[in-house]
Design a protein around this ligand. Structure first.
Ligand code: THR
Ligand code: THR
Lengths: 165, 165
């Protein structure tokens, strides 16, 4: 039942900045975001997953046009949070399935990642909420992904918008 | 300017299942979600961040009442996705700041993680979208966190709801 899906959103020219292996203790994320806020870095998506041996990675996406500034800001904070390194990757895109109650079943996420998997598109990051499932993928594949997701969720061409995915 | 924040949502009794170090190639997420869908596992939050040396972790949260079933389902799929292990952690909670246009500035995320950092509450996972910033934290600290976030975002007691954070 794909009726819960309202549309497909996408955003091209996305970059990702990652603090690799930072210390996983209270106050570390605070140090990072306070420093990035002062430098007026605008992050779209922020993702942190499980840590291992007391360290974890924290990533955020920015428009590719902000990649330089974001990377510089992250480098300045790196030592304060004892991150092993800061990595930056451009040429990415975000693609999102948008609707209501998408987390009521894994069916929606399954159709989305299944569609990308069939096309051989690797998923670089995943972030979901009740109304949105977002995958970060290679920027070269975004239009192909959007078209295929339209078909998979039986949407017309007009149910698509480019902006904040 | 905290006027964009509509309220604080939280969900107690949350568990997290993680596929540790699975192969980072197309179709892997598809295999996972197809298998979990068949077994009717309901995941709230799905997070995957950057990979290292061709492997990455993929986590999802479930209500603690589904922890057993979710962990068994994940174990059955583990070999198909060549994950080093599957870990399960209960006793967690989700707390979310909810509003519109929250990704317009890192200020909101910064106040949220700053509030948790001041209390010495460790952030286990982070996931954001334009209308929601969610942190997974230790379940014992959820009520303290919700109260402090109300103060930090200058909300009245009635701007809070417990449900899908
Ligand atoms: C890594 C970072 O999120 C840390 N766990 C914190 O609470 O600040
Ligand atoms: C790890 C998993 O997301 C993989 N990258 C995939 O595309 O399926």
């Amino acid at each position: 039942d794909v009726s819960r899906v309202a549309g497909i959103a996408h955003q091209a020219a996305v970059a990702k900045v990652t603090f690799v292996a930072l210390v996983d203790r209270p106050g570390i994320a605070q140090t990072i975001f306070a420093a990035l806020t002062i430098r007026q870095v605008h992050a779209d998506l922020i993702v942190q997953n499980i840590g291992h041996q007391g360290r974890t990675d924290l990533s955020f996406t920015v428009p590719e046009s902000d990649m330089e500034a974001a990377s510089e800001a992250a480098d300045e904070v790196r030592e304060n949070v004892d991150a092993q390194s800061v990595t930056v990757k451009g040429g990415l895109a975000k693609v999102s399935v948008v609707g209501a109650g998408l987390s009521s079943s894994l069916e929606y996420a399954s159709i989305m990642v299944g569609t990308l998997g069939e096309l051989g598109i690797n998923i670089d990051m995943i972030s979901t909420s009740g109304i949105r499932i977002t995958c970060v993928i290679d920027g070269d594949r975004v239009h192909e992904a959007v078209r295929a997701l339209h078909r998979a969720f039986r949407l017309g061409g007009e149910d698509s918008w480019s902006a904040t995915a």
